[in-house]
Ligand binder design. Structure first.
Ligand code: SF4
Length: 279
């Protein structure tokens, strides 16, 4: 199967030079969707849930820029207002083309997620040392890049990594996979800051619910080995130009389903997604 924008060279397809941990993990979910996104770099349309997540993340970032005593619900709602004004200027929001009713629902959902946050922890007691922190680490010839929502010190001076989730809580059998993403952040901290976080936590704002884990040398070593193994598989797939679709419930959210052979689509047609002049 040949794809737009690629030529056959010594390595049949160009390898991406840097990836987020979730992108690496997504190769296991579906190699073809990984290819469309990470190698062919086909743009994906914005989605209301993802944009809502961006909005709430920004509101929480602004909240933690305030002095501890000021981190109240009222301040959080003011932060949400500011975040909403910033977002309104961006294509991620404008391209959703929401009707006035959908806009109202979007705003109400975001507010509910933010209010739920206060059921999970007391922000006046959190001591953040980094917000929306971009970290990069080389693993072999792969550069892993991730953004930590919040890095903080607990009462004992230990590092804690926090990741906000605006989507639904994973079913039990997916839980370790989701925590795998957070272990990645623990790994990034250990490599860059020389210290392993004592705790990593996912704050699920929709329930609301906290899922947490305590990384160990073993969990970080295991993660490094799994990453290296997945990356080898990516290199092999590029070399052989073999990225197969893997049908699963995730197909319902896949931006590339119309071009997926497993659903009767033609991957060659996906070039129409590329901006004019780059196909
Ligand atoms: S529709 Fe499903 S099988 Fe096809 S590319 Fe997307 S995730 Fe993979």
């Amino acid at each position: 199967m040949s794809h737009p924008g690629n030529t056959l060279t010594a390595m049949a397809l160009p390898l991406p030079t840097s990836l987020s941990p979730s992108k690496v993990a997504s190769f296991k979910d579906c190699a073809l969707a990984f290819r469309f996104s990470a190698i062919d770099r086909l743009p994906e349309p914005p989605s209301a849930p993802a944009t809502k997540g961006t909005l709430v993340h920004r509101a929480l970032e602004l909240l933690f820029c305030e002095a501890p005593a000021d981190r109240t619900v009222a301040t959080a709602l003011a932060c949400l207002d500011r975040a909403r004004r910033e977002l309104a200027r961006l294509p991620d929001y404008a391209d959703l083309h929401l009707t006035p009713e959908q806009e109202a629902e979007f705003a109400a959902d975001a507010e509910l997620l933010l209010r739920n946050y206060f059921q999970l922890e007391d922000p006046t007691r959190v001591h953040p040392i980094g917000l929306e922190l971009m970290l990069e680490v080389d693993v072999g010839n792969l550069r892993l890049r991730g953004i930590i929502d919040r890095l903080e010190l607990d009462a004992d001076g230990e590092l804690v990594v926090t990741d906000y989730k605006s989507g639904s809580v994973p079913r039990v059998n997916y839980e370790q996979g989701r925590l795998g993403g957070v272990h990645f952040y623990a790994f990034l901290c250990q490599r860059l800051l020389g210290k392993r976080p004592a705790r990593v936590q996912l704050l699920y704002l929709s329930e609301p619910l906290v899922i947490e884990a305590r990384p160990s040398d073993q969990s970080i070593r295991g993660l490094e080995q799994r990453t290296a193994a997945i990356w080898k598989a990516v290199e092999r797939a590029c070399d052989q130009e073999d990225f197969r679709p893997r049908v699963s419930p995730l197909c319902d959210w896949c931006s590339f389903r119309a071009y997926c052979p497993a659903w009767g689509g033609d991957p060659e047609q996906a070039r129409e997604l590329l901006p004019a002049g780059s196909a």
